[in-house]
Design a protein around this ligand. Structure first.
Ligand SMILES: C[S@@+](CC[C@H](N)C(=O)[O-])C[C@H]1O[C@@H](n2cnc3c(N)ncnc32)[C@H](O)[C@@H]1O
Length: 341
């Protein structure tokens, strides 16, 4: 398979069915009939799918097969990929900005369902700690070893353990090491947004109790194995022409928020998502507002914050949640009407 310089830098081997980036651009210029074409190649309107005989952006039915490639360009804990793979999967630890509570509704807007699965996942994430977790999602042996190490810390006092593990310094990846996965997860599980110790609890209002290391070690994410490729920087990937059905999700650090070690300003990720759209993917962006640059290009916005599922710990104060989508949402949350208007 042909590999362009950006892909080579990111170390990605594209599955069969993908062209090279350069081949893809040529094909766009030639505009093969019946294939998805970018709005720009089509003179700005949403695509007409000649094979299906309808406007691809508006009428495509919910997909039922496994997605050929599901991409998270700012993966973090990859909450969406986990839910796509398994209807009850969730990241083993909470992390600022994680989309665990929104995973079902976002998949639904994409026309996907929890548990549908993907043949291949691609995750981009530069943060060393959360990258360790992503490696555990795709390597059962690593995940099992990490869970066993966490279990081995069961009898230690939670605060003393947290302080001891933190004193070892920031997470390191590469290399990918089971103890480092365990160390990062055990620290993350009990760290609050300000960076201090936060004794996590588990259970509902009637049976709440302090979280034990055994609780963390038995979370379902440690026993899920996803066929994934991990890259560090979303900017380094130039997608080839993609087969139909590829879905790309980006949940960038929100405008005006701080707290991630790696910044990724809007002016840098907008061209990235435009490249993926041109390559033939359905692209979906999360932010606290519709993205004006993309709306001007004919993208669609849907507000989803009414659909969030409860989480034990939330790092952000309640704020608006929008999806900006390169094609019309396959489903829209109903809008609550005031009774007395
Ligand atoms: C809002 S979080 C994503 C949360 C994720 N959706 C989840 O469910 O956990 C944004 C992520 O973008 C990552 N990021 C920052 N710069 C990036 C870049 N250049 N390429 C890819 N990811 C980046 C941050 O490290 C952070 O983990």
């Amino acid at each position: 398979m042909l590999v362009g310089p950006r892909e080579a830098r990111a170390g990605i081997v594209w599955p069969d069915g993908c062209g090279s980036a350069w081949e893809g651009r040529d094909r766009l210029r030639g505009a093969t009939p019946g294939r998805w074409r970018s709005p720009r190649a089509r003179g700005g309107r949403m695509g007409y799918d000649e094979t299906a005989g309808r406007d691809a952006g508006e009428e495509r039915p919910t997909m039922t097969d496994r997605v050929p490639i599901f991409v998270e360009l700012c993966a973090g804990t990859a909450a969406l990929s986990l839910r796509l793979e398994h209807p009850r999967a969730r990241p083993p630890v909470s992390r600022m900005g994680a989309k665990t509570g929104y995973a079902d509704v976002i998949l639904r807007c994409m026309g996907l369902r929890p548990g549908q699965g993907a043949d291949r996942y691609l995750w981009c994430e530069p943060d060393a700690g959360v990258r360790l977790l992503l490696h555990a999602y795709r390597d059962r042996e690593l995940a099992t070893a990490a869970a066993d190490i966490i279990r081995g810390w069961q009898d230690e006092d939670p605060r003393a353990l947290w302080e001891r593990l933190r004193a070892e310094g920031p997470a390191v990846c590469p290399p990918v090491d089971a103890r480092e996965v365990a160390r990062w997860a055990a620290i993350q599980a009990n760290t609050q947004k300000s960076g201090g110790f936060d004794a996590m609890t588990v259970g509902g209002p009637s049976n709440r109790r302090p979280m034990r290391m055994e609780d963390l070690a038995s979370r379902n994410a440690w026993s899920i194995t996803l066929p994934a490729t991990i890259a560090d920087d979303a900017r380094a990937i130039d997608p080839p022409q993609l087969p139909p059905g590829v879905v790309v999700y980006i949940d960038p650090p929100y405008l005006g928020t701080t707290g991630y070690a790696h910044t990724f300003p809007r002016e840098e990720w907008v061209p990235v998502v435009q490249r993926w759209q041109e390559a033939g993917a359905l692209v979906v962006v999360s932010e606290a507002e519709p993205i004006p640059e993309l709306m001007a290009d004919g993208w669609h916005a849907v507000r989803i914050d009414g659909e969030r599922k409860g989480q034990k710990r939330t790092f952000s104060k309640q704020q608006a949640e929008w999806l900006t989508m390169s094609e019309a949402p396959r489903w829209r949350p109903s809008v609550q009407m005031g009774l007395w208007r």
